[in-house]
Design a protein around this ligand. Structure first.
Ligand code: COA
Length: 381
């Protein structure tokens, strides 16, 4: 995982909008969140998380077949954040794409990667959830700006002979709720939209109908977790840990009640990071692993829900593949790959600029010599 250093507390927020630490903590469970610096972007945070995941998996970027970034806040429509990260890693044999399924995106992306590995079309993938939500928040809307934060998390998936990994996945969407949560931005429909749309939503700023999203979330978590467990022939008793999308403690408490499970079975760290959208599950998973809550062979459930509307549940059997001997020079080779990727990128851009400059001069020279021949034919100096 990778989160920005800058912390924004509830008290800091109370200086910006009419709210209090007490209101935010009791209604959401959030105490603080991280905010990207000017230099940080979705792809730079995603890159850091991916590099750390490669470090733990002791893999070289050149061995990656696929880079997938689940995000709602990419730098551009294209090039994708995934392509930027692929280049910065020096993952020269990998395909790369962004996946848009809002806060469910990470679960969707892990399933895409796992199925590609199962089918045999690829062997390894890095799946990243990365967001800079602070860039698309309406900092005058206290109903949304208090909820979200920035960050990234990543996992490496690898083909293995050991049974386990992704055991089942339920991916769902209900686009009829598309108006409940969104970020209207310049799309292919209209290039000449005013800053404020006829329905009152601001261009490039998130809007949300909080209470409707709350009801939707509590309903789909319990429903889809049951479905995913059934598909994996498991029951809730087999589950060691549920890693839910970190939106709101009350949503998770309601889901625990609906599933008749103890709240302690749910990994929670939203008090520190707020809702980091597609990054929240991998960040929570990372901290669960760090805290020793996840052991080899454990059954975990990931459950995401959010804009679209979309939701997704997944049952995973955790396990690192057979620990082959760590390659002695892998760490140095990874560093070399990052440095090499940086210079390759700079060189590629520089050589294009030189080629363009030469192309600009050449026709000039062609025109000048034609003019000179013409003048010569008139015998004029
Ligand atoms: N500080 C203080 N008061 C606030 C506030 C804030 N930050 N935000 C809203 N309020 C006020 C409202 O204006 C309202 O006042 P009113 O009764 O005078 O009109 C009152 O608090 C209750 O608002 P309401 O929206 O009903 O609160 P709520 O209990 O539903 O909590 C959310 C609001 C946003 C915390 C809650 O709806 C929620 O978490 N929804 C799910 C959002 C989510 O997780 N989205 C992401 C999904 S991926």
């Amino acid at each position: 995982m990778a989160v920005p250093e800058k912390v924004l507390t509830n008290d800091d927020l109370a200086a910006i909008v009419e709210t209090t630490d007490e209101w935010i903590v009791t209604r959401t469970g959030i105490r603080e969140r991280r905010i990207a610096s000017e230099r940080e972007t979705t792809a730079t945070l995603g890159l850091k998380a991916a590099q750390r995941a490669l470090e733990i998996a002791d893999m070289l970027p050149a061995d990656l077949d696929m880079v997938i970034v689940a995000t709602s806040t990419p730098e551009n429509i294209f090039p994708s954040a995934a392509s930027l990260i692929q280049a910065w890693l020096g993952a020269n044999k990998a395909g790369a794409f962004d996946l848009s399924a809002a806060c469910s995106g990470f679960v969707y992306a892990v399933n895409m990667a796992a199925q590609a590995i199962r089918s045999g079309s690829i062997k390894t993938a890095v799946v990243i959830g990365a967001e800079t939500m602070s860039r698309i928040l309406d900092w005058q809307d206290r109903g949304t700006c208090i909820l979200f934060g920035d960050g990234a998390g990543a996992v490496v998936l690898r083909a293995s002979g050991t049974p386990g990994g992704v055991l089942s996945a339920v991916l769902r969407s209900d686009g009829t709720g598309g108006d409940l949560l969104g970020i209207p931005t310049v799309g292919s429909l209209d290039m000449h939209v005013p800053d404020t749309l006829p329905n009152g939503h601001k261009l490039h700023k998130m809007h949300m109908n909080g209470s409707e999203v709350f009801k939707f979330a509590t309903r789909v978590i319990a429903e889809s977790v049951h479905q995913a467990l059934e598909m994996a022939n498991l029951s809730v008793r087999d589950v060691k840990l549920i890693v839910p999308h970190q939106a709101n403690t009350r949503i998770i408490q309601a889901a625990a009640r609906a599933l008749k499970l103890d709240e302690s079975l749910f990994m929670l760290n939203l008090d520190k990071y707020g809702n980091t959208s597609s990054a929240s599950i991998p960040i929570a998973l990372c901290e669960a692993v760090q805290q020793g809550k996840v052991q080899d062979g454990d059954h975990l459930v990931f459950v995401g829900f959010g804009g679209g509307l979309t939701w997704a549940s997944m049952v995973v059997q955790w396990g690192a593949p057979e620990q082959e001997e760590r390659q002695r020079f892998n760490r140095q080779r990874r560093q070399l790959s990052y440095v090499g990727a940086y210079w390759r990128g700079r060189l590629a851009r520089l050589s294009r600029q030189v080629a363009e400059a030469i192309a600009r001069i050449r026709p000039e020279r062609g025109r000048m010599s034609r003019l000179r021949r013409r003048l010569d034919s008139y015998d004029i100096e």
